[in-house]
Design a protein around this ligand. Structure first.
Ligand SMILES: C[S@@+](CC[C@H](N)C(=O)[O-])C[C@H]1O[C@@H](n2cnc3c(N)ncnc32)[C@H](O)[C@@H]1O
Length: 211
């Protein structure tokens, strides 16, 4: 139960997912993008938001690298795990319950936003639109954001064993519509990796933006 509203099957799904602790290591694309764009000397003044932070592994990475971090999620278990992960490592960070499309912060509150494996979970196209609009609103001019989410070719969208967790991946054309016109720079890339002789493909859109 996240305190925002009555618990729904969707909340339970994500509480269950987070009760397994989430990934143990930060996402490699987050690591690459962060090191590429934020020199160590700039990190203490780079306000970061990990939107859909889950159990906080990417927040942990950012805090460890010296960034001030806020994480938001709908899963109370995820938020508690994230607080513990940073707290147990003596790192600072605050974790707040919020729906993706309604972040409780003023305009231009952040210099760097991460949204990792979350956009594809929002069932309504309008929610996906509002999420991207929220990120544009929250970024200061010149700030950067990174979004990683499943494409329709991802195994999670194609394999029956993943049907417990529905994905709503946007098409490439829809991605261009979602991100177009909100940022001064948008790069739309694909991040793909395969397993077991290509039986499974993780096939993600990797969107990096600058406002
Ligand atoms: C696949 S996990 C990814 C977590 C984290 N970003 C990571 O990379 O480890 C997706 C997260 O999105 C959260 N989530 C799902 N729907 C959401 C919504 N409507 N608003 C905010 N968070 C949501 C879930 O609770 C879950 O923690």
């Amino acid at each position: 139960m996240n305190g925002l509203k009555e618990e729904t099957p969707r909340d339970r799904l994500w509480d269950n997912w987070n009760s397994r602790g989430g990934p143990r290591y930060p996402n490699e694309k987050v690591v690459q993008f962060t090191f590429r764009h934020f020199p160590a000397s700039a990190r203490a003044s780079t306000r970061t938001l990990d939107l859909g932070c889950g159990s906080g592994i990417n927040s942990w990475f950012l805090a460890r690298e010296g960034f001030p971090v806020v994480g938001t999620d709908i899963s109370s278990i995820g938020l508690a795990n994230a607080g513990d992960l940073l707290g147990n490592a003596d790192l600072a960070g605050s974790f707040v319950a919020a729906d993706a499309w309604a972040q409780p912060f003023p305009d231009a509150s952040f210099d760097y936003i991460l949204c990792i494996r979350m956009l594809e979970l929002l069932p309504e196209p309008t929610q996906q639109e509002e999420l991207v609009a929220e990120c544009a609103r929250l970024l200061r001019a010149g700030g950067r954001a990174m979004f990683l989410f499943a494409s329709p070719l991802d195994y999670g969208c194609q394999h029956p064993e993943m049907s417990y967790c529905r994905f709503y991946p946007p098409s490439e054309q829809r991605v261009a519509e979602l991100f177009g016109g909100r940022f001064s720079q948008v790069d739309i890339d694909i991040y793909q990796t395969t397993y077991e002789n290509r039986k499974f493909a993780e096939h993600n859109f990797l969107i990096t933006t600058q406002k």
